[in-house]
Design a protein around this ligand. Sequence first.
Ligand SMILES: Nc1nc2c(ncn2[C@@H]2O[C@H](COP(=O)(O)OP(=O)(O)OP(=O)(O)O)[C@@H](O)[C@H]2O)c(=O)[nH]1
Length: 631
Amino acid sequence: MSKIRIYTLAKEVGVENHRMLEILDGLGVQYKSVSSTIEEDTVELIKQILAEEGTQVTGGQVEDVSPTVDAAEPGTGPTSAPATAAQPTAPAVTAPPEPAPGQMSSEGRPTPPAATATQVEERPAATATTELPHRAPVVTIMGHVDHGKTSLLDYIRKTKVAAKEAGGITQHVGAFEAQTSKGRIVFIDTPGHEAFTTIRARGANVADIAIIVIAADDSLMPQTREAIAHAQAAKVPMIVAINKIDLAQADPDRVKTDLTQLNLVPEEYGGDLVVVPVSARSGEGIEDLLEYIILTAEIEDLRADPKGEFAGVIIEGKVDKQAGVLATVMVQQGTLNLGDFLVVGEKYGKVKAMTDTNGGRIKSAGPSTPVQVLGFSEVPDSGEKVVAAKNEHAAREIVQARASDRRDVENARVRSRLTLEEMMGSLGSVRTVNLILRADTQGSVEAIQGILARKESDDVKINVMFAGIGAPSEADVLLASTAEATILCFSVTAAGGVKKIADSKGVDIKSYRIIYELIDEVDRLIKGTSEPVFEEKYLGRAEVRMIIKHPRSGNIAGSYVTDGSLKRNAKAKVTRGKQVVYEGTIVGLKRFKDDVREVQTGYECGINVDWDNVMEGDIIEASEMVEVTPA
Ligand SMILES: Nc1nc2c(ncn2[C@@H]2O[C@H](COP(=O)(O)OP(=O)(O)OP(=O)(O)O)[C@@H](O)[C@H]2O)c(=O)[nH]1
């Protein structure tokens, strides 16, 4: 025997890939992923270790995994790896990727107040993980518009979702479960990263694996980069699916090369990024993609306790004309049962009916199961966390406690932020610019904070009082009004109600879609003006000495510049005697037959002010608007 791939050996000896990696780590053997090859000597060592473990633990069997545990989630048990011969790239999937270049580090940026810092995503705490049963991976598909996210999901749904039960209603519920020969995979199918970010923005992290779809004929596009940034920020392993490989103009190699520029190196180039070429049209490569998902899940060692305390996340909520409020809940931990009381935010409800994503009625749902729940009184928002309560009384108590906590936090936030320095910053020698920052994604928040940090100087302190994801809230306005802060929004806008309150309190909410326009506003705030101030600056004047009729441009004033200079595009004021008879713009300026930009004192010129009534003897005065910098 010569070299062997790690996952092949794992399969041969019947242990999970992650266990194999543990052993290799213990031996100090270097590898990139489970598809890396290992030497024969190492193989012998591993077999010895496993044999010893076997005698100690299970009396001679080379197996360290309880089969009953894996039976709960077949897909995440010992798995056969994708057939190597058919693989253009080998499966990898290991540690969460490092941030790409360009993503801001946490150093050196203004620190948002602790109580109001941007939320940190979290999963329900799991206990004694290795004892717990495996759970199916939850996958989200992201990518640039038209690169084939929907088509890919449709193909998987069409081929991998069991036929719906008779009488079941198929409808879009934001998630579906695919059955593959290697196990169950749950796909979130709400549109792209919107769902992903809103869910993360609320502090929950529902996806275990992100598939980044990149069209082979288009390569990396802005939303691809965004999607990658989201996955990296969430520290979720990524698999790249190069789609549309059926097209003649498909160039998967270009995609791979482009990825390396983001520091994402495909396995075949020596990195550890899994890249799978697929076609959502022909289905080519999709089996491979699913196998890589299972393999990634296995390495991630996803587990949850079906008997533990229930925890879930809202994937989608809506009002159905007949049924009422319906919400898709992803069970993350524990088991959700018919009749359970659920608390979401400051609302609660009782599970009156539950259907699986196939429309079939169910009575209970374990970890990694998306279920549609009937029983909420109001539509919960996607990303909201769901907990269970023993009974209605307990549910109401949780809600009341949360409402009172929220009020305390809001009050504390306002009080604690109102230090003298923050309120009176401009009176000291160091001026403080108070800002509340709102943006669409964590990535944007961090990028803006990074730029703002570099704007600080000895004279000006930028105090980001709060930085958050999503539209500004009423509480932000309250904070801004008491601390005289400006609310700056990037790619989010305030709701009408919030705007009204801001107007009534004299708080400026400014929204931008381009980061640098937002930064320009900060520059203005640093200079001490909320709006750019322009001043009219006199340039010069000319005397009209004759009128030249021009077939296309109308009347041209043949003039003599008596003072200063005249410039094309400058403002023009025509006076006759003491009266201003016209105000407009110098649209044309000529010296003889040539168009010129400027004419100085003592020269003759032809002036076109785009007005035919100019007369001999008129005075044309030129001026321009210039931005003034406050002293
Ligand atoms: N030839 C070919 N066309 C594809 C493939 N996948 C998707 N398309 C086509 O590409 C177009 C866009 O596909 P969608 O699945 O709607 O792309 P999307 O990423 O979901 O787009 P948005 O939802 O608009 O963001 C459609 O016309 C699809 O038919 C593929 O593998 N091969």
